[in-house]
Design a protein around this ligand. Structure first.
Ligand code: ADP
Ligand code: ASP
Ligand code: MG
Length: 423
């Protein structure tokens, strides 16, 4: 009997009817003869609502308590789902991340999974039960405190469990039919991909395509776990994330895999940094000590008259406050003039493995942005990606223009968004 891991996102279990609909779907998989493990997210926008609530009682809530609070969201949905499955005549047992053996480091809010010991899940399966696991959470190996894996982390729980249980497939059920060439909430003519490689999916996820959590794709690639992203609202085949090339699909040989966007970053500029050896190192050491992951970094040429330079970088908006505090602390020591904080920025990225062998992609990307009246603030590239930082208000225009310029628009059915608020 094969093991199937299914993950249902928040929009799929947004209310009691959603929970009952998902329970039906789980029972179908069980009746088809599989051992079924389900990973579930918090209902609807519960996580956002809990974050809002925390901010109302404390401006900078401690990570430990924040994680304790947020994991409650997934505990609600796992128990309700187990009840709904039970009501359909099948035994289901719910488990917290800790009970499911998801062991992490102790970085609250962005913990990394270091081990998965799913003995209780295996025992439940051996006894013929369906195991329902709370996504996005684990327990710290060292402190034994409850941790969370970062926003969207239930995807990673699912792939990690699938790998540990040697599952045949990890199915990610969501509110769209699969991975599209752009977010269907912005581009209605986006096309569904039948297949996408781990490499391209990694770049899409890293660039903000929140259809999959970045670490889930990293994990899947490391363990060769195929992921099937599909809708819980339809029975259509979704998108397969694997390195196997499909037999006959010209689309898959396309130069461009898709356009991704990200509104979760902010930009900090350190103004008037003395242009001498070691200054940049001190700035970035301070940020590293504060556990902040940076994305793009740009240092301008210093003005000859002053010998001062500006350094700009982007980082997760959620870390903006912490970064500003860490930098303010070293202001006098480094001797820079000022700090500027801008959270009205967005990032738009063009991704495709074909870029390696096709010149002119950058020129075409930048000229289509120019034609759309979008000003480029910062640029970064990898072998298979070009990203630009633009004003947040221009993100939609930039995505739409790029999608058309690279002939990605579909002339068939429009992409369907079945649920969710897009929050
Ligand atoms: P879930 O609650 O199921 O985890 P998410 O909201 O995290 O769902 O992810 C699904 C959403 O990802 C879709 O509703 C869509 O708006 C967004 N998305 C962004 N980029 C893409 C893309 N390239 N293809 C499909 N969906 C995308
Ligand atoms: N509930 C968490 C979030 O909203 C985890 C997830 O949905 O994957 O980020
Ligand atoms: Mg998600």
């Amino acid at each position: 009997m094969g093991v199937v891991v299914q993950k249902y996102g928040g929009s799929s279990v947004a209310d009691a009817d959603g929970v009952k609909r998902v329970a039906q779907r789980i029972v179908e998989a069980k009746k088809a003869g599989n051992s079924v493990v389900v990973v579930v997210s918090a209902m609807g926008d519960t996580t956002d609502e809990l974050i809002d609530l925390a901010e109302q009682v404390s401006p900078l809530p401690p990570g430990r308590e924040m994680d304790m609070l947020l994991t409650a969201g997934e505990r609600i949905s796992m128990a309700l789902l187990a009840m709904a499955v039970g009501n359909l005549g099948h035994e289901a047992r719910s488990f917290t991340g800790s009970q499911a053996g998801v062991i992490t480091d102790s970085a609250h809010g962005k913990a990394k999974i270091i081990d998965v010991t799913p003995s209780r899940i295996q025992a439940a399966l051996d006894e013929g039960a369906i195991a329902i696991v709370a996504g996005f959470q684990g327990v710290s190996e060292s402190s034994k405190d409850i941790t969370t894996l970062g926003r969207g982390g239930s995807d990673t729980t699912a792939v990690a469990l699938a790998a540990a249980l040697a599952a045949d497939v990890c199915e990610i059920y969501t509110d769209v039919d699969g991975v599209f060439t752009a977010d269907p909430r912005i581009v209605a003519s986006a096309r569904k991909r039948d297949q996408i490689s781990y490499e391209e999916m990694l770049e899409m996820a890293a660039c903000g395509a929140k259809i999959l959590h970045l670490r889930c794709v990293e994990y899947a690639r490391r363990y060769g776990m195929p992921i099937h992203v599909r809708s819980s609202f339809s029975h259509k085949t979704g998108t397969w994330i694997t390195d196997e090339t499909p037999e006959d699909d010209t689309m898959e040989q396309a130069i461009i895999a898709g356009v991704a966007h990200d509104r979760s970053e902010a930009k900090i500029t350190v103004v008037g940094v003395p242009d001498k050896v070691g200054e940049a190192a001190r700035i970035f050491e301070a940020l590293a000590e504060a556990q902040i992951n940076l994305d793009m970094i740009v240092q301008n040429v210093s003005a000859a008259a002053t010998n001062l330079t500006d350094i700009s970088f982007t980082l997760p908006r959620a870390d903006g406050q912490t970064a500003m505090t860490a930098l303010t602390r070293i202001k006098d020591e480094v001797g820079f003039a000022a700090l500027q904080y801008d959270d009205q920025v967005g990032k738009v990225s063009l991704i495709g493995a074909g870029m390696r062998s096709h010149p002119g992609i950058t020129a075409k990307f930048f000229s289509c942005l120019a034609a759309a009246g979008v000003n480029i603030g910062m640029i970064s590239t990898s072998e298979i990606r070009i990203s630009v930082v633009v004003e947040e208000s221009q993100v939609d225009d930039a995505v739409t223009a790029t999608h058309s310029a690279f002939d990605l628009d579909s002339d068939e059915v429009e992409a369907v968004v079945y649920g969710g608020t897009g929050r």
